[in-house]
Structures are given as structure tokens and as C-alpha cells.
Write a protein that binds this ligand. Structure first.
Ligand code: R5P
Length: 302
């Protein structure tokens, strides 16, 4: 079936790269905010019948824009899906590399909304055919999707990049115990015997402040600290400081979704990291690893 890709406003680099990998036609969008704050998106096509009977792939990450506004990214996505729906496509495939609100998957304090479920519910209400996310913070969310939903793993790509930088005698560190399973899987991409350690992280659910502790002997080691998200960089910076004190030689701070909000870059480098590595899930200067081929491979064999 003929495919066409809609490059969402938030995934311009990734979208074009994916279309090139897939060797398919692609279109961009026109987008803006009205003075009252409402979003506007228009698919850049002149003839709505262009999408009829085609498999339409929409790519839009929902990480923050320059004004830290994730909601606009979500609304733009919903608008694009709505426009496509009207045009009688054979299939609508939605790729959301970074799924906003995935960290609000639980009730941490009485009175909160479990909003991650609402986001999936809205996507379900559109009746899309397939959904792809990447290293989603709460993997169980994909099971709430009513259509085929896949959580794509970016760990091999990040590990390959770090290996190519010449890292050796590696220790992988998980910034908290809960992420150990993911860190163990990540470490396997560096070799079967790579040690995996963790630091204890406590986050105050009211203030968001974190405290981290741990003691390891990392003398002469190249340390890779891997997380799914770097937001304000607090978690990474704390882990880096401990790793540095523990004797680490080189420190790589890697995350699938490097949102790098507020002072994150400063905090991470100031703590002692040699390099920050992210993917093009988030279109910024640390997006050194492209997800395009991996995502395209999933879409090719559909
Ligand atoms: C939380 O559980 C996530 O996996 C990340 O560790 C967290 O989102 C990072 O946030 P920040 O960079 O603000 O510490």
C-alpha cells in the first residue's frame, strides 16, 4: 500500500530522516499559535484526496517546545490526526517518540489525575490504526491502546554511539533502583560481563527535590549513566557527582529523551559529565543518535 508521511512541527529532523529511510513522499505542516494561545496546524497539501486510500504516517514528538509547552505539541498532534481522518486514508499510523505525561501514570498524592491514561484514551478515541512510542517512561501504557501499539527500544543505538566514542572498561549506572532492569538490558549492548550498579534516589513528591546516595569504586572506569528522560538534569547531575567522587575516568550522560529544561545542560556538565547524548526524539543539539532507521524498520514490514 502506498505510504505518505506527515512531518509534525516537533519532529522535523526525525520525520524527514524517516521518510528518506522509507523512501516515501512526505509533507510538512504550517503551524502557529493564535493570540489567545490556541494552536493552529494545517497539513501542507493542496488536494485533500492526496491522502485517500494511503497509509498515512504522522510523526510528532510531544516534548516541550522553546516555551516548555508540551500541551501545544499534543494539540498539534490531535489536530493532525483529525485532519487526516477526514481524508479517507486506508490507515493512520501515529509515531510519538516522546510521549508527554507518561510520568503521570500513577496517583502519587491524593487528588491527582492519572493523566497518562487520559492521553492514551484520547488517542484511542480517534480510532487510529497503529501507535509507536520510544522508550516510554511507563511501558504498561501501551497495553491501554486499543490499536496495535509498540514501545520501540533505543538502547542499542545509544550504546553503539558510546562505543564508537572509544569508551572502554565500562560500568553502567542506573540513576535509581527502579531503572535497574532497563540499565541491565542497556549494559548487554556493551558486552555480557559489563557491571551494572545503581545509586539510591529519593524524590520528594511535594517539592520534586531529589536526594541521591551511593558508594562505588569506579577508579579508572568509563561510566555510562543512562536514563529514559533528562528533564531538569537534577537526577543526572546527582548521579554524575557521585560517580566523579567515586573515581570515574570518563562520564557519559545518555538519555533517549534529553529534554534539557532550565539549567540542565549546565548542571550536567558542571557536575562532571564529559558528554550528553540524546536521540532525535527531541530535536536539539545533543540529538547525536537518530531513531529514524529503527522506527522505519518497524513501519517497513507492516
Ligand atoms: C524519572 O523517573 C525519570 O526516569 C527521570 O529520571 C526524570 O524524569 C529525570 O528528571 P530530572 O532531569 O528533572 O531529574
Amino acid at each position: 500500500m502506498e505510504k505518505i508521511l506527515i512531518v509534525g512541527p516537533a519532529s522535523q529532523m526525525l520525520g524527514v530522516r524517516m521518510a528518506k529511510e522509507l523512501e516515501i513522499e512526505y509533507v510538512n505542516t504550517e503551524f502557529k499559535r493564535f493570540p489567545d494561545g490556541e494552536n493552529y496546524v494545517r497539513l501542507n497539501i493542496e488536494d485533500e484526496t492526496n491522502l485517500a486510500n494511503k497509509e498515512v504516517i504522522i510523526v510528532q514528538t510531544t516534548g516541550p517546545d522553546a516555551t516548555a509547552d508540551q500541551n501545544s505539541r499534543l494539540f498539534e498532534l490531535f489536530m493532525m490526526i483529525d485532519s487526516v481522518k477526514r481524508m479517507a486514508p486506508a490507515k493512520i499510523i501515529v509515531v510519538i517518540p516522546y510521549l508527554a505525561y507518561a510520568r503521570q501514570d500513577k496517583i502519587f498524592r491524593p487528588g491527582e489525575s492519572q493523566f497518562a491514561n487520559v492521553v492514551i484514551g484520547i488517542l484511542n478515541s480517534f480510532g487510529i490504526d497503529e501507535l509507536y512510542v520510544v522508550d516510554v517512561h511507563a511501558p504498561l501504557l501501551v497495553s491501554q491502546s486499543l490499536c496495535k501499539a509498540v514501545n520501540i527500544d533505543s538502547m542499542k543505538l545509544l550504546a553503539d554511539y558510546i562505543k564508537a566514542q572509544g569508551a572502554e572498561d565500562i560500568v553502567v549506572i542506573s540513576p535509581d533502583k527502579g531503572a535497574m532492569e532497563r540499565s541491565r538490558a542497556f549494559a548487554k549492548h556493551f558486552g555480557e560481563e559489563i557491571p551494572v550498579e545503581y545509586f539510591e534516589k529519593e524524590r520528594d513528591v511535594k517539592t520534586g527535590e531529589i536526594e541521591m546516595s551511593g558508594k562505588l569504586n569506579l577508579k579508572g572506569k568509563d561510566v555510562v549513566i543512562a536514563d529514559d528522560i533528562i528533564s531538569t538534569g537534577g537526577t543526572m547531575a546527582s548521579a554524575i557527582k557521585i560517580a566523579k567522587k567515586s573515581g570515574a575516568k570518563k562520564i557519559y550522560a545518555a538519555a533517549t529523551h534529553a529534554l534539557l529544561l532550565q539549567q540542565a545542560k549546565f548542571r550536567i556538565l558542571n557536575a562532571g559529565a564529559d558528554e550528553i547524548i540524546g536521540t532525535d526524539s527531541i530535536d536539539n543539539e545533543v540529538a547525536k543518535v537518530s531513531l529514524a532507521k529503527t522506527i522505519a524498520d518497524y513501519l517497513k514490514f507492516d
